[in-house]
Write a protein that binds this ligand. Structure first.
Ligand code: NAD
Ligand code: LMR
Length: 342
């Protein structure tokens, strides 16, 4: 009131947002597979973001109730529901970030690659719609096997003539979240001080935590490196087994995906200091896709961060070479899936 009309726009928006009336920014986010185990808690976390004005929820069933429920939260974004293929285009129009957790999860005894036959088609169909309706959006792929579904998405976008490798992301944030949690626990560190880059891919030995590059001054014995690496690589399976047939990680995944969405929105909004790990098109190794730290900006990936891959420990060098054949095969399987279609 004292400063009257001299109060800057952003500050006014900020003040208003405290009353739950208007968002700080007006980005539109779509979740495809929004009624699922990941989709629902992810929608809740994104509903809490002050950077979102519209939250558009799509699924093949059960999404109306999720949207009605979430829509009663007194946070700024408007929630809309879209059910079935006929409403997918409308869901995607004007969207800045599309998150895709649609597809089946693992049961005990399965690998992520065992999901390929069902999820490859789901991702292909959804990304075709993204290409047709919001080709400029950031695309976050959660559906497994990520090592193949991201190359599938890239091929679909290429076929549609709208592929921008700077805007296609395989979500590997959960690997970083787990690495940070396990390292902090093991070494009794403050969580805020710990950041472990995780590179490679998102399945078994393709998940490579670079413990030697941990932010926080900490050292590990050879046994600790082995034990932590294996735990991080098997953390998804740990949850699948604990859930005993009821699915895979949903809550920690929603937390991780919400972090990646928030980072993307901050980057879109002009924050010049946003770094995340993600599985993206890459020239850091001889593989066409590779997870590493990336710098995010308004137009997507501003830079890949090569320094994490320099000066690796002997253990990490070996693990990096060992993961390449499996990751290469998964990438090629995804590309072939799209290219062989009539
Ligand atoms: P879920 O079965 O609980 O939910 C999946 C949702 O997708 C369901 O609501 C279903 O109706 C919907 N769906 C199916 N086909 C669809 C289509 N054609 N269009 C739109 N929606 C469709 O499964 P979940 O636990 O949420 O897991 C989803 C996926 O995420 C799985 O493939 C899982 O392996 C993967 N995942 C990835 C990570 C990661 O780190 N990237 C972590 C956890 C899970
Ligand atoms: C995870 O890492 O939790 C996900 O990829 C789900 C899974 O199948 O393990």
């Amino acid at each position: 009131a004292l400063r009257g009309s001299f109060v800057p726009k952003a500050e006014k928006a900020n003040q208003r947002s405290h009353y739950g009336l208007q968002p700080l920014a007006s980005y539109k986010v779509a979740i495809l597979g929004a009624a699922g185990g990941i989709g629902q808690p992810l929608a809740l976390l994104i509903k809490m973001s002050p950077l979102v004005s519209a939250l558009k929820l799509y699924d093949i069933a059960n999404v109306k109730g999720v949207a009605a429920d979430l829509g009663h939260c007194n946070t700024p974004s408007q929630v809309q529901d879209f059910t079935g293929a006929s409403e997918l285009g409308n869901c995607l129009k004007g969207v800045n970030v599309v998150v895709i957790p649609a597809g089946v999860p693992r049961k005990p005894g399965m690998t992520r690659d065992d999901l390929f036959n069902i999820n490859a088609n789901i991702v292909k169909t959804l990304v075709e719609a993204v290409a047709d309706n919001c080709p400029d959006a950031f695309i976050h792929i959660i559906s497994n096997p990520v090592n193949s579904t991201v190359p599938i998405a890239a091929e679909v976008l290429k076929q549609k003539g709208v592929y921008d490798p700077k805007k296609l992301f395989g979500v590997t944030t959960l690997d970083v979240v787990r690495a940070n949690t396990f390292v902090a626990q093991k070494k009794n560190l403050k969580l805020i001080d710990v950041d472990v880059p995780v590179v490679g891919g998102h399945a078994g030995i393709t998940i490579l935590p670079l413990l030697s590059k941990t932010k926080a001054s900490v050292s590990f014995t050879d046994e600790e490196v082995e034990q932590l690496t294996v735990r991080i690589q098997n953390a998804g399976t740990e949850v699948v087994e604990a859930k005993a047939g009821a699915g895979s990680a949903t809550l920690s995944m929603a937390y991780a995906a919400a972090r990646f969405v928030e980072s993307s929105l901050r980057a879109l909004d002009g924050d010049g200091d946003v770094y995340e790990c993600s599985f993206v098109q890459s020239d850091l190794t001889d593989l066409p896709f590779f997870a590493s730290r990336i710098k995010l900006g308004r137009k997507g990936i501003e830079a890949l961060i090569p320094s994490d891959l320099q000066g690796l420990s002997e253990y990490e060098e070996k693990a990096l070479e060992a993961l390449k054949p499996e990751l290469k095969a998964s990438i090629e399987k995804g590309i072939a899936f799209v290219q062989k279609q009539p």
